[in-house]
Design a protein around this ligand. Structure first.
Ligand SMILES: [Zn+2]
Length: 394
């Protein structure tokens, strides 16, 4: 007798299982240890002869820029170097990068580093290829002309920027984070070499890893989720959930590093297909006002957003389909991950003033990503989310 298991009969239907989508893979993914050595060969394959290598001083000190530079030179690809990328790049950082490249006649970009290097390179690409100011590209599809090819080589496992067509650049005067997206801005090739991620300082690995995990969890439930994004979200979650605790406990565990790097990239593909939600909306004002590292702000807010979204039956079903537990259990496990990472659990421990909550909440409600959250989330809801995160006990 073929009886259907009760589990399937009882499961609430998720209409997004058959939601329409339009998915165009834009980035060739090259994954594996030592793939960074192929940078020159891959640059040649797409016809590059002179590139701007965009990176930061830490990545240079770790020897990665030299390694990639050697590979490019061996393939007779000339290099113009910009190694002054800063965290949370702003319009001024993009202008500095553009200043380094004007008149050099480059025909492509190689971005080597964390999300900040990748975003700075993408931002510079917008302005070099299309002119104007960064603000002109805030939104989606504002670049009229073709952009130069970009090879992205992440050295952190987090943002998934290597798989996305968005550059996140802060407006220098307002501190507002602008998501500037265009299919033409996506990397032509992403080189995912887990060996490069071994040099991340533990705190960076923890913050970026939590960010990747949040990307998997947020994309899994947004209003835009569809069969393709869900496939990426599920696999990204599986890889990040299994690998992050291992990376925190044993930083030299190369297999766990590889899992996290791959998970972060797949989560980036999920974002490209289903956007993000209330965690990112709540985190951005914390970075803008208190200069909090993105992944740390994300790690603090995510458990509270999970509990909030868990009241929505469809979102609860989506979370459960990821790891077969409920949103509240998932939130609790995330909080123990924060402890394992040695990160604070409450906003009050991070110098966030309680009196700032109403302003933060107003700004969070206006964030673009809030509009994709499965459960409607208004300023009053963000007040409650920040209150919960402010006093969250360790
Ligand atoms: Zn993020």
């Amino acid at each position: 007798m073929n009886r259907r298991p009760a589990k399937f009969v009882d499961a609430p239907a998720d209409r997004a299982c058959f939601a329409p989508f339009d998915h165009q893979p834009r980035t060739r993914l090259v994954f594996g240890s030592n793939t960074a050595e192929r940078a020159g060969e891959l640059a040649r394959q797409i016809g590059l002869k002179k590139v701007l290598l965009v990176t930061d001083p830490g990545v240079v000190a770790a020897g990665h820029a030299e390694r990639v530079g050697r590979s490019l030179r061996a393939a007779r690809v000339k290099i113009v170097l910009f190694d002054k990328v800063r965290e949370n790049p702003a319009t001024g950082d993009v202008a500095a990068c553009l200043g380094a490249v004007r008149g050099t006649g480059i025909d492509g970009f190689v971005a080597l580093g964390g999300g900040s290097s990748l975003d700075t390179a993408k931002g510079c690409n917008f302005l070099l290829s299309n002119g104007g100011r960064m603000q002109d590209y805030w939104g989606v599809g504002k670049a009229a002309r073709a952009m130069l090819p970009l090879i992205a080589i992440p050295t952190t496992a987090g943002t998934g920027s290597e798989c996305q067509s968005f550059a996140l650049i802060a407006d220098e005067t307002t501190h507002q984070k602008m998501a500037c997206g265009d299919p033409k801005a996506a990397a032509r090739i992403a080189i995912l070499d887990p060996l490069l991620t071994l040099s991340q300082p533990p705190r960076v690995a923890a913050c970026t890893g939590l960010d990747a995990l949040s990307h998997a969890l947020e994309t899994a439930v947004t209003k835009r989720r569809n069969p393709i994004s869900q496939a990426y979200s599920r696999e990204a979650f599986r890889l990040c959930w299994a690998s992050l605790p291992r990376v925190l406990e044993r930083p030299d565990d190369l297999e766990a590093r590889a899992g996290l790097l791959l998970g972060a990239a797949l989560a980036g593909l999920a974002i490209e297909n289903s956007m993000l939600g209330a965690t990112h909306a709540a985190a951005n004002p914390l970075t803008a006002h208190f200069n909090m590292v993105h992944g740390q702000a994300i790690g603090l807010m995510l458990p509270h957003v999970l509990r909030f979204n868990g009241h929505d039956p469809t979102a609860a079903h989506c979370y459960a389909s990821l790891d077969s537990s409920n949103a509240a259990d998932l939130a609790e496990e995330l909080e123990s991950l924060l402890d394992l990472a040695g990160l604070p659990r409450s906003l009050s421990q991070c110098g966030v003033e309680h009196s700032s909550i109403p302003v933060l909440a107003r700004e969070a409600a206006r964030q673009w990503t809030a509009s994709f959250n499965p459960r409607p989330v208004r300023a009053a809801d963000f007040v409650r989310l920040y209150e919960a995160a402010w006093e969250s006990a360790k």
